[in-house]
Write a protein that binds this ligand. Sequence first.
Ligand SMILES: Nc1nc2c(c(=O)[nH]1)N[C@H]1C(S)=C(S)[C@@H](COP(=O)(O)OP(=O)(O)OC[C@H]3O[C@@H](n4cnc5c(N)ncnc54)[C@H](O)[C@@H]3O)O[C@H]1N2
Ligand code: MOO
Length: 495
Amino acid sequence: MSGPDELDEALALANDSVRRRDPAARARTATGACAAAHGRGDSDSDGDELDAPEWLTPASPSTGGRGPAPRTGQGRPQAPAGGREPHSHDLPWADARTYAARAAGPVPSCTLPLSQALNHTLDAPLDALTDLPSFDTSAMDGWAVSGPGPWELADGERPDSHGLLAGDRRRPRTLPDGRAVRIATGARVPPGASAVLRYEYGELDGSRLRATNRPQPGADIRPRGQECRSGDRLLPTGTHVTPAVLGLAAAAGYDRLTVTRRPRAEVLVLGDELLHQGVPREGRIRDALGPMVEPWLTALGADVLVTRRLGDDAEALHEAVATTTADVVVTTGGTARGPVDHLRPTLTRASARLLVEGVRVRPGHPMLLARLPAGRGSRQPDGSGPYLVGLPGNPLAALSGLMTLAAPLIRTLADRPAEKPPSASLSDDVQGHPRDTRLVPVTCSPEQSHARPLLYNGPAMLRGIATATALAVVPPGGATAGTGVPVLPLPWHGW
Ligand SMILES: Nc1nc2c(c(=O)[nH]1)N[C@H]1C(S)=C(S)[C@@H](COP(=O)(O)OP(=O)(O)OC[C@H]3O[C@@H](n4cnc5c(N)ncnc54)[C@H](O)[C@@H]3O)O[C@H]1N2
Ligand code: MOO
């Protein structure tokens, strides 16, 4: 299901969908969970979870593998009347990722000053606004010379003068044959100059200049238009704006860039048991997700408007969901069917469309993806409302949800194509879940060919992921040492 071939196919589908999307629809506004064989893990999401009561999904036909269609089931999840078909509506992991990538279209574009455009996606090609360089430029400090030499310093040129400097507004006078003029790196080369002679290759005797190393014609002159001509396409639409892209844009004459706005996210942390400072006490624990999810989403390409802590208050959750101004709401906890797990009932009450009800992945199988109606807050270009990603409360399960659902969704919203995960060979055996994909924290070797599974990878543990560089995608049944598996680099460990 989630072997490399299926992943390729899933990603091809996702990219294809991004390419094929209707441009008009964008309506732009210009402005295993078995504990690891080698490692120490929890057992609370082991294979025996397959025997757990069905609580995730209403009783309706299975989506049946690849190519899921949107579901509109909104009823509160009911335990099946009889029989046991655990998690029948959970999507295979690779399908869930594809689905999340395909659920969305890009958010509108906007025009931003260069200082604010970093880490956006170009929504217009970067065409040169000028020739680069825009004038014949000296590449070295020395003398602009005309002819084979030796040369006389140009009229009026004193041996100690600075000569032609970078940024000099005066147009340089034509240099007659047999003459030389001092020139600095970056200065305009005068018409008539045949080369620039570097200081270290020239000897000055009074006003007479001789070359110890005769320059070839054109030496150390960067001719106008060497890098590009005005109108040349420098970068296509869809390019990720890196610091280097900002530099190129500035060099090519841009003050502002047309980019896809970064998707806006809002984080809602649920759970009355959470403390926000100090040491865990009296049955309460520290909120580990509030501090983690916001920067994780930022690294994935979203701008987080706010992280709100709502406890287990169903009314507050409903109000937050109904009034959000974000493109994506990310909740933590409350995805299950405990007495104070309000997320799914709230989605029903809000008339949300449940797109992914659960995923066959460990940890994190209760994760979900929904589409909210266009409410009082945010409205997407196609007139519908924001997305909601429900992350399970166990911290590693929440990160599994971020990498499985939030990452591909945000990529598409930000107009970046899906990426095929690289592959690495496992250094140890990893036990698998009998039916589900496992995501296991690993460190990849410097050459990124080997992945070493880490200890402390239980669903409630962060000790393993805190030193990881990637999550390995372990197929159902597990994988032996030496097997190549896809790896999802953590967003700050790019490849
Ligand atoms: N009957 C069943 N119960 C559960 C199942 C199941 O299949 N059947 N699955 C378990 C799994 S797996 C997970 S994961 C959780 C998901 O439940 P929720 O999303 O509703 O999460 P909570 O119940 O709110 O919390 C679960 C766990 O995580 C702790 N937590 C919550 N938020 C945070 C936070 N911000 N920082 C740190 N820790 C957090 C919370 O205290 C709980 O210990 O359901 C299982 N149950
Ligand atoms: O183990 Mo749960 O799978 O922590 O989502």
